[in-house]
Design a binder for this molecule. Structure first.
Ligand code: SF4
Length: 268
């Protein structure tokens, strides 16, 4: 199946601003799905609200565009009802770690077989550029005209601490790397998190004087480094990319099934 066959072409042109990183994330994801040879009918995508969440409208999978912050809650319900399906959950800063933060840590804790994609653009783009839990200190936003003083979450550390059994980070500059991690995350049995740094030139880039989309992509190239690389060894201030966690642990739906089987004494 060609990449375009995974798209709902009737919904194009998309709503994203020129240079938005979210289109690159979509492309990396579709390449992952295509390279894995997944059938459209075997994939369910749930999303919340925001620029990132619009992805679910453009893919020709089973898709649910749900409530802000509840994408993982919907995905959990679908997965428990239909465990054979592949659940993909693209989320922005708010869906993943503000209003949706509790769902994020509990989905990780349960190790339910869902692929969470955190599209980290460090701002609330759709609602006009308010700062988010991923903005970090000293950043300018609509709601922080004198700069932010809130510490940001480190998505990787949070996912790891909450119990996610696969955790990776990439950027939109490293689109092929993102595809590789997404493929591994989709194939992983358990809760997987792929954080992709994704530029919002319209709000974050403009307010924080990071330039336009190509400048922001260059920044991802210059400020990140692969885990285990010499560059990271020399400069630990660089943001590490790579796979941080990949471990086997009991998957929630399977464990739940075992529990029910035991309680029913094999009568199911
Ligand atoms: S506001 Fe930002 S995140 Fe939203 S579509 Fe525009 S560039 Fe992308």
């Amino acid at each position: 199946m060609a990449i375009k066959d995974y798209l709902r072409q009737r919904f194009f042109p998309h709503i994203w601003c020129p240079g938005c990183g979210h289109g690159i994330v979509l492309s990396s994801l579709l390449h992952a799905v295509e390279e894995l040879g997944l059938a459209k009918n075997d994939i369910v995508m749930t999303s919340g609200i925001g620029c990132s969440a619009r992805i679910s409208g453009y893919v020709d999978f089973h898709s649910l565009h749900t409530l802000h912050g509840r994408a993982l809650a919907f995905a959990t319900g679908v997965k428990l009802a239909k465990p054979a399906l592949n659940l993909l959950v693209p989320m922005g800063d708010g869906d993943a770690l503000a209003i949706g933060g509790n769902h994020f840590i509990h989905a990780a804790r349960r190790n339910i077989n869902i692929t969470a994609i955190v599209m980290n653009n460090r701002i609330y783009g759709m609602t006009g550029g308010q700062f988010s839990p991923l903005s970090g200190c000293g950043k300018r936003a609509t709601t922080a005209p004198f700069l932010t003083i809130d510490q940001e979450f480190d998505v990787v550390k949070l996912a790891k601490a909450a119990g996610a059994s696969f955790v990776a980070r990439s950027t939109t500059y490293h689109a092929k790397e993102s595809t590789l991690y997404l493929k591994k995350a989709i194939m992983h049995k358990g809760f997987s998190v792929v954080e992709i740094l994704s530029q919002c030139p319209t709000h974050y880039g403009r307010k924080n004087k990071e330039g336009d989309a190509p400048d922001m992509l260059e920044l991802y190239k210059d400020t990140t480094a692969k885990l285990g690389s010499k560059a990271l060894e020399k400069n630990p201030d660089l943001i590490p990319r790579g796979i941080f966690v990949e471990e086997e642990r009991g998957e929630y739906c399977e464990e739940y099934d075992k529990l029910v089987d035991k309680a029913m004494g094999g009568a199911r």
